[in-house]
Design a protein around this ligand. Structure first.
Ligand SMILES: [Mn+2]
Length: 369
């Protein structure tokens, strides 16, 4: 006999087949399936509670390609994810209005111009009224996404109040890569430049001497290295210390999840997969722990460097599972009143010039190798 969970999974599969025209007789399904929407969920009436914001940005990826297709691959794969979350104890959408936003496409001719354009697009959702989950795209989306949170009521113009929690294989603290300061390899460094108060990193195992020096000297940065947390004998001690560091946080937090923080075997189609990374359950535990810290409000998150794997859907499915976990943990935070929507008052009609105010690069978009 099928369990309820298996039956539910079957139902989702049938929904999908129904939508593709393969099966046409399953009209008894209680929740309509909408192709192209996150989890296949129809968007309910009312103000948006959770915005799934695909950012198909791939300007500076150095090795793998395909992160521009990642967000839509992740949304497609989410059709196969269970709606029930064991910690939430409910099926998504759990009464929330979840909107899947159309893909953003940059139009400005320069990299810095596109970063401002991206920040404007993100700020429409990063406004306190809803919880944005950005799907990338390369990690270069992080500085404009973080900059866009400046008008969030809990940040209130002072990014020093914000903590960024980064799951990643790479420290992303380089001054520049191949002469480009806004490379994905510099995402955390440029995010620190926006003035955030704290950066917590975990899963880190690929970094330069320059980055190691910055980790030691910059008091805003706390890094847990994979070599320690994944150690077969002493790993537990370091992992517990990581979770306790999360538990000590206060105030607004943005979670940035670079898929390559996971072991490369789980996400082979990410831009730069690295062996020796976090297990799936460690990432789940990080998300669940962070969202349950009593004095923390996770105001937004991103899952980035999603690749589109052609031979199996493993990479995009892993991304979809983790994205769903983030939404479920946010739903729980609302339920337990650790997250209160604040009505958006500023209309933000002036476009950002934060990035363009920096020195324009020598080259235009598309010139970099
Ligand atoms: Mn990375």
């Amino acid at each position: 006999m099928k369990s309820a969970v298996q039956a539910s999974f079957f139902t989702r599969l049938l929904h999908r087949q129904h939508h593709e025209g393969v099966v046409s007789r399953f009209h008894f399904m209680e929740e309509e399936f909408v192709e192209g929407n996150f989890l296949g969920l129809p968007q309910r009436e009312g103000d948006v509670d959770v915005a799934i914001v695909p950012l198909a940005y791939e300007l500076t990826t150095s090795y793998g390609t395909g992160t521009a297709q990642g967000p839509s691959a992740c949304i497609d794969a989410s059709a196969q994810v269970e709606l029930y979350d064991s910690v939430l104890g409910q099926d998504l959408p759990a009464g929330l209005v979840i909107a899947t936003v159309p893909e953003w496409e940059g139009t400005r001719p320069t990299l810095l111009g596109q970063l401002d354009e991206l920040a404007d697009h993100a700020s429409a959702w990063y406004n306190g009224a809803c919880f944005p989950l950005f799907l990338g795209g390369e990690h270069g989306i992080l500085p404009p996404v973080i900059r866009s949170s400046i008008s969030h009521p809990l940040v209130d113009g002072n990014l020093d109040r914000l903590t960024v929690v980064q799951i990643d294989a790479h420290a992303d603290l380089r001054a520049s890569l191949d002469g480009e300061p806004f490379s994905h390899a510099c995402a955390a460094a440029r995010t620190l430049d926006t003035g955030i108060g704290k950066l917590l990193q975990v899963g880190i195992r690929a970094y330069s001497r320059e980055e190691a020096a910055l980790i030691s000297s910059d008091t805003r940065i706390t890094t847990y290295f994979a070599k320690d947390t994944q150690h077969p004998h002493s790993g537990t001690k370091h992992w517990d210390a990581w979770l306790n560091t999360l538990r000590s946080l206060k105030g607004p937090v943005h979670l940035t999840l670079d898929l390559d923080g996971l072991d490369g075997a789980l996400v082979p189609a990410t831009g730069t997969p690295v062996p020796g990374g976090l297990s799936f359950w460690q990432v789940i535990e990080t998300i669940e722990t962070l969202f349950q810290v009593p004095e923390v409000s996770v105001i937004g998150a991103d899952v980035n460097e999603i690749g589109c794997q052609e031979d199996t859907p493993l990479t995009q499915f892993t991304a979809a599972q983790l994205a769903t976990k983030i939404v479920a943990c946010h739903a729980l935070a609302r339920k337990e009143q650790r997250w209160t929507p604040t009505p958006h008052t500023s209309s933000h009609d002036e476009s950002s010039t934060y990035f363009r105010a920096m020195k324009e690069p020598q080259h235009s978009v598309g010139d970099h190798a």
